[in-house]
Design a protein around this ligand. Structure first.
Ligand SMILES: Cc1cc2nc3c(=O)[nH]c(=O)nc-3n(C[C@H](O)[C@H](O)[C@H](O)COP(=O)(O)OP(=O)(O)OC[C@H]3O[C@@H](n4cnc5c(N)ncnc54)[C@H](O)[C@@H]3O)c2cc1C
Length: 411
């Protein structure tokens, strides 16, 4: 059998998984992983806060017959390609793959899947053990600077090492700057300029210090002047707002926020999807039934008293006011602040590295049936280097596993 030489550029989730799957399909091929860092899978080791949220049940986007629908809300970039890719290697396949390797998994109430051990290192060890057992060659501290096509699809030379391969899989992950993709210049690809996704917002105002640590379940947040909207829990932090609803909004609005240098107006409906009229009726009921009580002592159950008092301050309503003594202006202000409070976004949080990159190698370069480059059919792409990214919940790692598996199948 002909022995083929395959180079994998990047030893992260996609690169390591791809190497394993190629060796399982073609044990005689020579597969080499080039990794710039001193160890493999460094990012996987810190995923999910060190617990590794490796996939999701995808329950929120399954129809009655268990088919995937509405992937756009999960993959704001790359949903169509992900539908194809997931039909070849899905979350169910991921679950089985790791359980077959002896990793016990658990699906949480929020549909996120973690190892029962709650230890990302179990995933790292499982992948590296497989690579070792299958004879994948690993070259650490080996940053690839160029992929040079020989003649058209007659192989590629990996620089600066001057090594020749029949096929190459690019799995270098997200790159916060376009310059991080300069090693692809010789392939002349379309690149979608990278911007960060999945970040939290810095919010103007003194309420941050007061409300730090407060969680409100089921809010709706939107970005003024855009159609971007997200639902879920919101967490107040000492710099502003975070939590699933905000991370989702940062993903949907990643490009718009980059364009305004992370300035804008966040609109929050503290009552989720409730319309103004519904909230007005709730307040009027309180005015009737709790008329003698102070407004600061009786408040919507979805808010904490501290949070409610901050909202009363925003409406210039004294905390000692009785419910029965609220006038029409007070009620209008409360309805407005509860259903569409405007908060000023002054920036994005930069303390942590971006969770994922929006942008990368444009999908227009890629054959969606194989994930090979249209112009150079021996070069494949998998993982975050592609212009595919997801909201939080294990979907980004699922994209890495699925695209890697698809490359391995088609190489
Ligand atoms: C803190 C954090 C937590 C996260 N938690 C989760 C989670 O719980 N669930 C989830 O689904 N997603 C999570 N993500 C996102 C997820 O980790 C990534 O989407 C995923 O790791 C992407 O896999 P990848 O293989 O494409 O890239 P990476 O894992 O980033 O791997 C790319 C590798 O390529 C190497 N490389 C880059 N350039 C070169 C070069 N020129 N030559 C050689 N090597 C190179 C890099 O050193 C790196 O090791 C998290 C991300 C972060 C930052």
């Amino acid at each position: 059998m002909m022995e083929k030489r395959v180079a994998i550029i990047g030893g992260g989730a996609a690169g390591c998984f791809c190497a394993i799957e190629i060796k399982r399909l073609h044990p005689t091929w020579m597969v080499t992983v080039y990794e710039a860092a001193t160890k493999l899978l460094a990012k996987v080791a810190v995923t999910g806060g060190g617990r590794c949220n490796l996939t999701n049940s995808f329950r929120t986007c399954l129809d009655d017959r268990g088919r995937l629908i509405n992937l756009q809300s999960i993959y704001p970039r790359g949903d169509k390609l992900m539908r194809k890719v997931l039909s070849r290697f899905s979350h169910v396949d991921t679950y089985e793959w790791f359980e077959n390797e002896g990793v016990k998994l658990v699906t949480q109430d929020d549909e996120c899947v973690f190892p029962v051990s709650q230890d990302a290192m179990e995933i790292v060890r499982t992948l590296t053990r497989n690579m070792y057992n299958l004879g994948v060659k690993v070259s650490l501290k080996s940053r690839v600077t160029s992929i040079v096509p020989n003649n058209k699809d007659d192989g590629y030379v990996i620089e600066p090492f001057g090594e020749y391969y029949n096929s190459v899989v690019v799995t270098t992950g997200g790159s916060p700057k376009t310059s991080g993709l300069a090693f692809l210049d010789a392939l002349n690809l379309d690149i979608v300029s990278p911007v960060p996704s999945l970040f939290t917002f810095n919010i103007d105002g003194s309420q941050n210090a007061l409300l730090m640590g407060t969680v409100v379940e089921n809010v709706t947040v939107s970005l003024a002047g855009t159609k971007h909207k997200a639902h879920g829990p919101l967490l107040w932090t000492h710099w502003g707002v975070s939590g699933p609803a905000i991370l989702k909004l940062s993903s949907y609005a990643a490009r718009d926020l980059a364009a305004t240098d992370y300035k804008g107006t966040l609109i929050v409906n503290w009552y989720g999807d409730a319309k103004e009229q519904v909230v007005r009726e709730k307040l009027e009921k309180m005015m009737r039934e709790q008329s003698q009580k102070k407004v600061s002592n009786v408040y919507p159950t979805r808010l904490t008293q501290k949070h409610w008092n901050v909202l009363l301050d925003c409406c210039s309503i004294p905390q000692t006011q009785r419910w029965g003594a609220l006038n029409a202006t007070h009620v209008n202000r409360l309805v407005s602040v509860l259903t569409s409070q405007q908060l000023v976004i002054t920036g994005r949080n930069k303390w942590k590295e971006e969770f994922v990159t929006c942008g990368g190698v444009s999908l227009t370069n890629i054959n969606p049936k194989t994930l090979a480059c249209r112009q150079y059919p021996g070069v494949f792409f998998a993982g975050e280097v592609l212009d595919i990214d997801a909201v939080t919940g294990g979907y980004n790692l699922q994209a890495a596993w699925s695209t890697a598996r698809m490359c391995a199948e088609n190489i």
